[in-house]
Design a protein around this ligand. Sequence first.
Ligand code: ADP
Ligand code: ZN
Ligand code: ZN
Length: 726
Amino acid sequence: MALDVPLDSLFDYLAPDATGEDVGLRVVVPFGNRRLVGVIMEVADQSAMPEERLKRISLLLRDVPPLPAEVLRLLRFCSEYYQHPLGEVVLNALPGRLRKPLPLPHAARRRFRLTPSGRNAGADELSARAVMKHRLLQALREAGSLSRDEAKALSPRAMPVLNEFAARGWVIEEQDEAAEGREAAPPAVAPPQLNAQQERATEEIFGRLAGGFRVMLLYGVTGSGKTEVYLRVMERVLAEGGQVLVLVPEINLTPQIEALFRGRFPHVPLATLHSGLSVGERCEHWLLAQAGRAGIILGTRLSVFTPMPRLRLIVVDEEHDSSFKQQEGLRYSARDVAVVCAQQRGIPILLGSATPSLESFRNALDGRYRLLTLSERAGENAALPEIRCIDTRRYKPTEGLSEPLVAALGARLARQEQSLLFINRRGYAPVLYCPQCAWVSPCPRCSAALVLHLADRRLHCHHCGHRERVPPSCPGCGNPDLAPLGQGTQRVEEALSSLLPEARIARIDRDSTRRRHAWSQMLGRVREGQVDILVGTQMLAKGHDFPRLTLVGVLNADGALYSADFRASERLFAQLMQVAGRAGRAALPGEVLIQTRFPDHPVFQALLRHDYTAFAKDLLAERRQAGFPPFVFQALLRAEAPLLETAMDFLARAAAEAPRAAPAVTVYDPVPAPMARLAGKERAQLLVQSASRRALQSFLQEWRSGLALSAKGRVRWSLDVDPLEF
Ligand code: ADP
Ligand code: ZN
Ligand code: ZN
């Protein structure tokens, strides 16, 4: 039995009525003085526990079908790979409503609808003696769909036959109301004519649809029409009676994509799964997917665990996005889990991005993934925006805004075009910087910058633990005025309204869009031209088309160039490429202006040329040399405690007790976390890495069992496998 408790074991209970068929069913069991929901993982005749100590389950829940074997298999993989208790992994995969120790109110009435492949199925696929099967198929062909009652009226044994048809993809089961709703469905939106590159990519993917597991990386510049490629491929899979899972990084993107899918496939039931849904909706959509009734499942990272009996294709849009990584609890990467899911189920998976992650790109270069490229924009405006740097050593910004940028904003205002100011405000740790010669404090042992810690006035390396004193003057040029790089710019918005008082400014970030509909209202106002200048953070960068937006200004990018995080420049490039993609999407040409003290930096040089490939290859060469991912595999042991000392002590003990028999694994020194203090807790971390994923896995397995024992006192710890943030 899997239970939602932070223990590494499963639990044995007596369940006299359960059979092997019941694996994956929910049960209610007594646990201490509580009642918990569990999931049956195995049914056995005996237990290591003496029988008189075994408790009996309270209730076997048959209200919804059991979690299918392929989902349990994926969850077992996650538990092992991410070193997380299986019970928590399994229970967290269920929608909240099914984690309550109560049966679900009875599901609504159902209909079985014939799919195109059911319509085309030849009579010879059924044995000649199966008279009743022929009769049901015939009835379906005449009526298009049958309710349970209608089917049972044809034969009392109709249900198992219809289930068999569903398994073959000939019929799909759907809610009655959904069937009524579709009469009113809008006519399908006519698709555009594919361009040659889209055509080639689509044909290539078609060729792989029946070929089993294969990862394809669709690398397409912003506006190249990747979505159109997804749509064509989905159309084919849906026509064949398959289900498609589409993963997107941001809940804010789902309404837009959902509208697009519904417009193109008005007759296909679609289930969305993300944290913005009510508990009831979430459960209902999950059940639609599980019953095989939803053809399209569109969701954020958690939807990767949804049961989908007819799953034939997975699409991961913006595969490089770090939102696919869960940063607490089970710290999984939904993109990576999706690849494993496709592998386990023997189906193709399509990863799409304008700036693929270095992990995926390397796999494509090595031939493990199939690379499909869209190098040109689709649609009327085929030109990519022009990108330029404003050197802020020459044009000193006041209140964060340089004079050329303000002039460009003014020009757009005069032409009634829109502008976007992108403020890179992510929590980059401060590094020490020389404004005269652009020296940035390096770590002598790593290819990362040292981080300024004001508490002890020292520079720390967050990778290897190296520390040194703050130099009295710049080691490069002797300038005594060294400064921390990358502070926030909350005041930009204010400065802007005094510089351009007639401009209508809208700020978009997590705070201004917290209310449920605030975000879509804001987008609506922008589309209707009620806003001149948008000021915002990463939320704005992703996938929104604003036809009158012709200027993108970028502030505060420099902090990321010399960040302590070795992934910072990869992320910056992706972000700027994406935000640049917002400029000039319709008939008007776009321009991007980046304020920086380092206009010659390779990140910007690559951006100006729109050259992801060269940039990625350079970064990969650098990572290979420095021994960073994707050339090594990492795991981070995180610890938090009321006192930093307690957390550091725990990590030091953990390092000392690390399994010796693992020469291929390097254990670094414990270091305070970049944000050492969070919510009153002190946090520290310990990095382990290996060139072999397998060596790292078996090391972690062994190490973890000892960790629980050495975690005395008030330390909380967790393992982060393939960490993205340090
Ligand atoms: P991406 O996702 O690659 O950034 P989109 O899929 O958003 O690009 O496509 C950009 C725009 O181009 C959209 O408005 C889309 O409708 C349009 N588009 C895509 N393919 C074509 C095509 N073959 N012909 C004309 N317009 C297209
Ligand atoms: Zn200097
Ligand atoms: Zn270092």
